[in-house]
Ligand binder design. Structure first.
Ligand code: NFE
Ligand code: MG
Length: 564
């Protein structure tokens, strides 16, 4: 039988527009995959010719989810170019905001964006609430909102959606799919937390906004510091922030981590079989300093799961190329020099991607010429191996409780487990950053901004902002000429992970992780969604729409066996 192609376009429950095509053999095993970003990002072009001090406000429009981190990376790139240092308070406040965003992002990812790939909502309606309450106790002594009465109310709420034919959020799932493993009771426990997560993530958005002014699209950063002076000096504001973080911490400990343990148990054989494993190239830059000389994350580079060898990260090795992407600049280039000139080539007549040529708006970042997976998995693996005092105990605890080894994390489920562990770490350690802030203010350091005179700054400069954000390593590169932005590039976590192939034909991380998985039903490719969702895609970050004249950038139709 000839190989068959499955097209999923768009992938839903992500940010942005992603198309996945896979080829399967006669056993329904994926033999090849293509990840295609379906939007064009023109923010880099918009930034040309602008005042570098304005870059942050424009660059944060790259995404609607992680607006804060693009704002910050952009401001940092300009600070780096001008060699403007940051007062300690400003760095701490920036970290408080970003870490609250990490926690919010990870919770939203698991519950709202991904859990329904594992949780069958309709099956939850069959659950016995009293049994469900007992089931949850196998994973934590005091599970989150776990009374039989509360679980009955959750079941009732879900039933009312179904009876009214208004599944809303829960419409169009693959309910009843044979790849769902949870018992009705386990599904109900998860759905309880799904609903609670909606509230928790809303609170966490408020926490972000306490120091960021608002979210999305915060307003508190300027080149050289932060503007959150009144918030910083008002103890009530920090108190409100910590109160929300405490609530989130409770949820993570009593719901998120236990649910992840439940998932690891139910899908243990898939983990042991290496489902969703990528090439094992991991990249992290580390950072988030606190206390005397500690940091939350470690940096390093691992190649092909060689856990005995961690190379130090050096940004000089980052290139991007577009040989398989819809841009003119085919050759691997340093982000300071690369261009963003669209070069769209059409689809095949049947609406499928021209997989031998250019097929994505996402470029292909490479480190020493290799694709790299970035994100919580990379950070947790590298932190564990570097014996981070922060990361290792949390990872070890999760490993002891579940029987996973380090290699097991390099799978679809393991990627999610790493993210849950990371959420817990961020939440717990935010309090150390709060202590740093209190300590600093106590000693009358109220600096929030480094003074400079723009007219006296060099007219020519270049700089970059590189740091860890929820989905991985984020880097913005700016080149300034005649005091204006001459070139701007953003290499974003999802650009790394959703990368298409390169000139040598080497697959990007999504693609590599898809190859080898087996589908149980070609008309309902749930297993593909699991792999792709486990990376927490944000295509809005990876690429961007900007066609001010409203012209179609490409016309495509779904002409294959499946579209979702
Ligand atoms: Ni649009 Fe983002 C994060 C960044 S992902 S969400 O985290 O930067 O590529
Ligand atoms: Mg780029």
């Amino acid at each position: 039988m000839p190989s068959r192609k499955i097209v999923i376009d768009p992938i839903t429950r992500i940010e942005g527009h992603l198309r996945i095509e896979v080829e399967v053999d006669e056993n329904n095993v994926v033999t090849e995959a293509w990840a295609s970003g379906q939007l064009f990002r023109g923010i880099e072009i918009i930034l040309k010719g602008r005042d570098p001090r304005d870059a942050g406000l424009i660059a944060q429009r790259i995404c609607g989810v992680c607006t804060n981190v693009h704002y910050r990376a952009s401001i940092s790139a300009v600070e780096d170019a001008y060699k403007i240092g940051l007062p300690k308070n400003a760095e701490i406040i920036r970290n408080l905001v970003t870490l609250a965003l990490f926690v919010q992002d990870h919770i939203v990812h698991y519950y709202q964006l991904h859990s329904l790939d594992y949780v069958d909502v309709v099956s939850a309606l069959e659950a016995d609430p009293a049994d469900a309450a007992e089931t949850a106790k196998s994973y934590h002594d005091h599970p989150y909102r776990n009374s039989t009465g509360h679980l009955s109310a959750v079941k009732e709420k879900l039933s009312s959606f179904v009876k009214a034919g208004r599944l809303g959020l829960f419409a169009n799932g693959y309910w009843g799919h044979s790849a769902y493993r949870f018992s009705p009771e386990e599904n109900l426990v998860h759905m309880n937390h799904y609903l609670e997560a909606l509230r928790i993530q809303r609170e966490l958005s408020k926490a972000v906004a306490i120091f960021a002014g608002k979210t999305p699209h915060p307003q508190n950063l300027v080149v050289g510091g932060v503007t959150s002076v009144a918030d910083m000096l008002n103890p009530q504001r920090l108190n409100d922030f910590m109160f929300i973080i405490k609530e989130a911490r409770d949820f993570i400990e009593r719901a998120y981590i236990p649910d992840m343990k439940m998932a690891v148990k139910a899908y243990g054989d898939e983990i042991k079989a290496g489902q969703g494993r990528g090439s094992g190239n991991f990249l992290a830059v580390g950072g988030y300093r606190f206390g005397k000389a500690e940091q939350l994350f470690e940096g390093g580079v691992i190649t092909a799961h060689d856990f005995d060898k961690i190379e130090p990260f050096d940004e000089i090795h980052i290139t991007e190329e577009a040989s398989r992407s819809w841009y003119a600049d085919d050759v691997p280039t340093s982000p300071y020099e690369e261009t963003t000139e669209p070069f769209y080539t059409d689809l095949n007549e049947d609406g499928t991607l021209k997989t031998e040529g250019k097929y994505s708006w996402v470029k292909a970042p490479r480190y020493k010429g290799r694709p790299m997976e970035v994100g919580p998995l990379a950070r947790m693996v590298i932190g564990y191996l570097k014996e981070s005092k922060v990361i290792r105990p949390y990872m070890q605890h999760f490993m002891d409780a579940t029987g996973l080894d380090l290699m097991d994390f390099s799978t679809t489920l393991g990627r999610n487990a790493a993210r849950a562990v990371e959420a817990q770490i961020c939440c717990d350690y935010i309090f150390d950053f709060c202590s740093d802030l209190i300590e600093n203010i106590k000693y009358y350091d109220e600096e929030t901004w480094t003074k400079y005179v723009f007219e006296s700054l060099p007219k020519e400069a270049k700089g970059r902002g590189i740091f860890e954000v929820p989905r991985g390593v984020l880097s913005h590169f700016v080149r300034i000429e005649e005091a204006k932005i001459a070139n701007y590039q953003a290499v974003v976590p999802t650009t790394w992970n959703a990368s298409p192939k390169d000139a040598k034909g080497v697959r990007g991380p999504y693609e590599e992780s898809l190859v080898g998985i087996k589908l149980s039903d070609l008309s309902a490719p749930l297993e593909v969604l699991r792999v792709v969702h486990s990376f927490d895609p944000c295509l809005a970050c990876a690429v961007h729409v900007i066609d001010t004249k409203g012209r179609a950038l490409g016309v495509y139709k779904v002409g294959s066996s499946c579209s979702i």
